[in-house]
Design a protein around this ligand. Structure first.
Ligand SMILES: Cc1cc2nc3c(=O)[nH]c(=O)nc-3n(C[C@H](O)[C@H](O)[C@H](O)COP(=O)(O)OP(=O)(O)OC[C@H]3O[C@@H](n4cnc5c(N)ncnc54)[C@H](O)[C@@H]3O)c2cc1C
Length: 385
């Protein structure tokens, strides 16, 4: 069994992995490149496949108290907000949570620290050589196992796995939040609404006990010229790009108090998740377009699965093989499905739109269920020892 476990990156995957490993009596160290955890404000939807595992760690109730439990996801047309399909959520249980990413990170970090987890800031991993890890600040450490949780831009993936860099997807996302108190009285704000339009789509949902409405507006764009992947968003541009969309979303945009614009990047599906004593997790393993709201959920599945596999098998090679087998298939599959979902969301041909809407009406619920029903606890039990 590995004596020293190092996690690179304190995002959703790194922090949750830290919590899971501590619960199983391992003592990892997390190294984060930034000087503190100051995540951007943005909403995240967590479906049953993730909340089931958050519950195992005792975090679910706190997340519910900070977030919101939506009852429906409504698919609508972009111009007149006509309902295409409504799918119920949280019918008999509280397993779908909409939350501010800052609250999610905070709950995970506090839990990890309460278990005496070690979290070291200002350590930007520069390279790894066998068991040695080097940081930009000239510090060095050794580790039996290194888990790269360094996000979609993962330098570790590029250097030690596929030698490729992420590619701009020709899609941008504006992300913002609007205080509920600023908006007109409308029950629309209480649920998840997804508007499908030509070359783009918009999602909005309540977070922070319903006091804020988070939105994501996606649109095709030829180039991304900013050096950074996230930039300050400009209201004028957002309102002009979506000027032909319905009044409700325009009201939501115009009253938002915080706007960022993101370039959405992609990487090709990967062929392996393990290279010697190094493994990939979260966005570093399966970076995906966010159209199924599954990036963080899969990061949570990865972290839980790995720490359970480590606990139940004393042979490390077998643990690594099982991790790769289980998570490669799931991650690559959802990555492809997210891309297809984007294509479906952004149709502009009216015959194809008609077919897409008919498909949604018939299969809308089952598509959702098929993704959310994944149970990492059961999947681990089905693996050969
Ligand atoms: C518009 C949009 C909407 C989304 N909506 C949802 C949603 O509703 N539901 C959902 O499940 N997911 C959603 N996601 C996806 C989700 O945000 C990501 O999948 C998730 O944050 C991935 O977590 P991670 O820990 O792998 O990476 P990150 O959260 O990116 O964390 C990586 C960490 O590693 C650190 N790091 C990087 N390099 C180094 C280094 N060299 N040394 C040390 N530290 C390093 C970084 O500073 C960072 O703290 C959305 C994404 C987008 C863009």
């Amino acid at each position: 069994m590995p004596e020293k476990i190092t996690i690179i990156g304190a995002g959703v995957s790194g922090l949750f992995l830290g919590c899971c490993l501590k619960k199983n009596n391992y003592h990892p160290t997390i190294y984060e490149k930034d000087i503190s955890l100051s995540p951007y404000g943005a909403g995240v939807n967590l479906s049953k496949n993730a909340t089931l595992l958050l519950d195992k760690l005792g975090l679910k109730d706190e997340l519910i108290s900070l977030g919101y439990l939506p009852e429906r996801v409504n698919f609508r047309s972009f111009d007149n907000a006509r309902l295409i399909k409504s799918v119920s959520l949280n019918e008999n249980s509280n397993d779908f949570i909409s939350i501010d990413r800052r609250d999610l990170i905070d709950v995970m970090k506090e839990h990890y620290l309460s278990l005496n987890g070690e979290l070291i800031f200002d350590h930007n991993c520069s390279y790894i050589k066998d068991t040695e890890i080097y940081f930009h600040n000239k510090q060095k450490t050794t580790s039996d196992l290194v888990i790269a949780c360094d996000g979609i831009k993962s330098d570790i993936r590029t250097k030690y796995f596929d030698n490729l860099i992420p590619k701009f997807s020709n899609l941008v996302a504006w992300r913002g939040m609007t205080p509920r108190s600023e908006l007109s009285s409308n029950s629309l704000w209480d649920q998840i609404n997804i508007y499908l339009g030509p070359h783009g789509h918009i999602v909005h949902y309540p977070i922070s006990k319903g006091n804020k409405i988070n939105f994501v507006a996606i649109r095709k764009q030829k180039k991304w010229e900013d050096e950074s992947w996230v930039s300050q968003g400009h209201m004028k541009e957002l309102l002009s790009v979506f000027s032909s969309w319905n009044e409700d979303v325009l009201e939501l945009f115009s009253k938002s108090d915080n706007l960022h614009k993101w370039g959405l990047y992609e990487r090709k599906s990967i062929k392996k998740l393990v290279n010697g004593n190094l493994l990939l997790m979260g966005d570093a393993a399966h970076p995906m377009l966010p159209f199924l709201a599954q990036g963080s959920c899969l990061a949570i599945e990865d972290a839980y699965s790995f720490s359970e596999l480590l606990k139940i098998n004393t042979n490390l090679n077998k643990t690594l093989t099982n991790y790769q087998k289980l998570r490669l298939k799931r991650g690559n599959k959802i990555q492809v499905k997210s891309r297809i979902q984007g294509y479906m969301n952004h149709l502009s041909n009216r015959y194809l739109i008609f077919l897409r809407n008919a498909f949604l009406r018939i299969f809308g619920k089952s598509i959702q269920v098929s993704i959310h029903k994944y149970n990492a606890i059961k999947e681990i039990k089905h693996l050969p020892n």
